[in-house]
Design a protein around this ligand. Structure first.
Ligand code: GLY
Length: 426
């Protein structure tokens, strides 16, 4: 099978890595890719959010499957264009990707499908937002309606800051605050059938102890020893299946990756948000443990054959990823700094150094090219060892002004995290 992966981040690097290990994948391309992916597959310049350009590339290489990583190409209709050219595509149509593209639309679908989620007011003016903020009280949760790469959400006790975010975003959702730990559950879907992947936890705030502004994600780990053992099955039954059925009923079947961002609150499971693609950085750890061939799985989704797919195999190992971010991230990331020490980092046992915001400059030096620069991913027998390996590798990286969180998977490792109302262990 010939596969083209569209995207340029650590998530796509993880996809390319996993696909490169699938014996059925005979040819692999990445576009636009990054220097890390270039070691595994030829990379090709393309504007990923130009559906015609993506389709032309897929035709040029005669690929059997296109895997679209980020949301922007999906929202722009890349999967529709590729499918219209008769090529199988992993990723939802633009109409189905609205589950991520509009939080108001996602709430409407969840209401129709009776999926548990937080109460929300959709506000088109700052005055409406002010009324909604006062109705809920602090902590205030304000979300931009449109897709914002994980950065459209502000959770704050400061009413002025909440209102300022609402003013800046235009249409927003003001939501009730959901307590309890957050979990990401990915489900591979083909419009009808759904297959959950292993749950993971992401760290969205920039600073240790969940402090500072939201980011695209500063690290992740899996499995979740503290979560109920039936979490994935519960989420599929109460969230994924009803949503997929509702999307099919509306004539916009969801095929691709449905990412349920969840809060395990004191009042039960609630959906925080949907995304229509693999999460970053959770994908890096989830795929590190997936033993089933990825090409076959994504092709089964793209060709509506998931029903016949064997159940997924998982490595019992633990995986931890730590994001190395550029100076100034997330407010004003500085780019163009040399990135060094990758060979030493990659030499740490069980470690893969996945590239996100990197590029080669004119003289062939690897330099930072985005806010999240690397996702250093380690697998090991347990979370403690996976953390140790990941942080040992991070300490080898040299990038002026870079920063990373030091507490990824720490609470889970120490056993100090628990799901409300649950004493289950995985
Ligand atoms: N991990 C957050 C996201 O992918 O949006």
């Amino acid at each position: 099978m010939k596969v083209l992966v569209v995207g340029a981040g650590a998530r796509e690097h993880a996809l390319v890595l996993s696909l490169s290990r699938d014996p059925d994948v005979t040819e692999l391309h990445a576009a636009p890719g990054n220097p890390g992916m270039a070691a595994l597959a030829p990379v090709h310049a393309v504007a990923a959010d130009d559906p015609a350009a993506v389709t032309a590339l897929a035709r040029r290489f005669g690929v059997d499957l296109v895997v679209v990583g980020p949301e922007a190409p999906l929202l722009a209709g890349a999967a529709d264009a590729v499918r219209a050219a008769g090529i199988a595509c992993f990723g939802p149509s633009a109409a189905a990707a609205r589950l991520e593209g509009s939080k108001a639309f996602a709430k409407e679908v969840m209401a129709a499908a009776e999926v548990p989620t937080g109460l929300a007011h959709i506000c088109d003016t700052t005055a409406e937002a002010a009324v909604a903020l006062d109705a809920f009280g602090p902590p205030y949760v304000v979300k931009a309606d449109g897709s914002a790469a994980g950065k459209g959400v502000v959770v704050t006790a400061d009413r002025d800051a909440a209102l300022a975010h609402a003013r800046q975003c235009g249409r927003v959702l003001v939501e009730e605050y959901l307590d309890g730990p957050e979990v990401s559950l990915f489900a591979v879907c083909d419009g009808v059938t759904t297959l959950p992947l292993a749950p993971a936890q992401d760290f969205k705030r920039v600073g240790d102890g969940d402090t500072g502004p939201n980011t695209g994600g500063m690290g992740a780990y899996t499995p979740l020893p503290w979560a109920p053992s039936d979490l994935a099955a519960d989420v599929v039954a109460r969230v994924v299946k009803p949503t997929v059925e509702e999307m099919r009923r509306r004539g916009t079947p969801f095929s691709g990756l449905l990412y349920a961002g969840l809060a395990l609150t004191s009042r039960g499971l609630r959906v925080v948000e949907f995304n229509a693609r693999f999460g970053d950085p959770e994908t890096q750890v989830v795929l590190a443990r997936l033993r089933s061939p990825l090409g076959e799985l994504l092709y089964a989704s793209a060709t509506a054959r998931l029903r016949d797919h064997p159940s997924l195999g998982w490595d019992p190992a633990a995986a931890v990823t730590v994001v190395v971010a550029a100076a100034g991230y997330p407010r004003a990331p500085r780019t163009g700094d040399e990135v060094d020490g990758l060979a030493d980092a990659a030499a740490v046992e069980g470690v893969e150094v996945l590239h996100a915001g990197t590029r080669l400059d004119e003289s062939g030096r690897l330099v930072s090219a985005g806010g999240r620069v690397l996702s250093v991913t380690a697998t090991a027998l347990d979370l403690a060892q996976a953390r140790e390996r990941a942080y040992a590798a991070v300490s080898c990286i040299r990038l002026d002004g870079s920063h990373h969180r030091r507490d990824i998977a720490l609470q889970a490792m120490c056993g100090s995290l628990e799901a409300p109302g649950s004493s289950n262990a995985e």
